[in-house]
Design a protein around this ligand. Structure first.
Ligand code: SF4
Length: 300
């Protein structure tokens, strides 16, 4: 089995999945807040190497039910290459039911509707997508490389193909004073796209990221605690999801909410109000964040 040459990321819920390296780095690599793969030029692993790992994994871990493809956005691979990989997984790891991975809106653009359906039929599902925002100004600040209209179109195609996905959104992505506008636009995008999970976090950039410099210089201003809570309230109030999970449990969040929409909406809003009451003395202060995850260590 090949060893990973760089730090490798996965969503927390993929902790029990077999991590299969099929690409290195991220095919986009231009998000202004992200330093995850900055030192790793994007490359595609030779199929023979991937196949050798699949064969060995099938021998060592025959009961594996779930595979998570690495690195930043393996869904950038062509539908033919993903088909080749999925077919090899099913051949040598017959217990596998789901092949998940990180993906971006731009990755969907390169696939036809028929190809998306074919990939779903091969067990490719549960994509984790950094949608981030439904507001063009925020998408521009973040350097995502697509507009809100493009995101809506592509995410709907994914949903129509039966591919489920979790959408990550970033509170504060439009900067101070624009939280409600960002939340309204993001709620509109998510309502149209109907992801099966929404993961939220707050904006953060580590040293080395362009946005880090903008935050230090004051060109980009972080939101206050009160604004973050307002933004989440606006998002939650505006969400009309038919059957989705909602998590703001990422350590960069202020609220720490978890539930299922639409059923838990009122409970989540009431927990958000309780959190606001708890923090009533510091609503005009800023969160102090640290590390690549933007963990909130306190308030300044
Ligand atoms: S946030 Fe995701 S898509 Fe953007 S550069 Fe980082 S890994 Fe790539």
């Amino acid at each position: 089995m090949r060893e990973y040459e760089t730090i490798t990321y996965r969503p927390p819920y993929e902790a029990r999945s077999f991590l299969l390296q099929v690409t290195r780095g991220c095919s986009h690599g231009k998000c202004t807040f992200c330093t995850m793969y900055r030192g790793t030029p994007f490359t595609t692993d030779p199929f023979e190497d991937v196949l050798a790992d699949i064969i060995e994994a099938g021998r060592l871990y025959p009961d594996t039910k779930r595979v998570f493809l690495e690195h930043g956005d393996p869904f950038c691979l062509s539908a033919d290459r993903l088909t080749e990989i999925a077919e090899a997984i099913h051949r040598y790891m017959p217990a596998v039911q789901t092949i998940a991975m990180y993906a971006s809106v731009k990755n969907i653009q390169t696939k036809t509707d028929a190809e998306l359906k074919r990939l779903r039929a091969l067990g490719i599902n549960d994509l984790n997508i950094g949608v981030e925002s439904g507001l063009d100004e925020a998408l521009e600040i973040l350097g995502k490389g697509y507009t809100a209209v493009q995101a809506e179109y592509e995410l709907k195609r994914l949903t129509d193909a039966g591919i489920e996905y979790g959408a990550n959104v970033i509170f504060g992505a439009a900067g101070r004073g624009l939280g409600k506008k960002n939340a309204e636009a993001t709620a509109g995008l998510l309502n149209a796209a109907q992801p099966n999970t929404v993961f939220t976090g707050t904006i953060h950039a580590s040293p080395g990221a362009p946005l880090y410099e903008d935050m230090r210089s004051g060109k980009f201003r972080d939101s206050t605690i009160g604004e973050y809570l307002d933004e989440e309230e606006t998002l939650l109030s505006g969400l009309e999801l038919k059957n989705s999970r909602y998590y703001s449990t990422h350590p960069s969040n202020i609220s720490g909410l978890k539930g299922r929409l639409p059923g838990d909406k009122e409970r989540l809003l009431s927990e958000l109000s309780a959190r606001r009451a708890e923090l009533s003395g510091i609503l005009d202060r800023l969160p102090a964040k640290k590390g690549e995850e933007g963990i909130i260590l306190g308030y300044v």
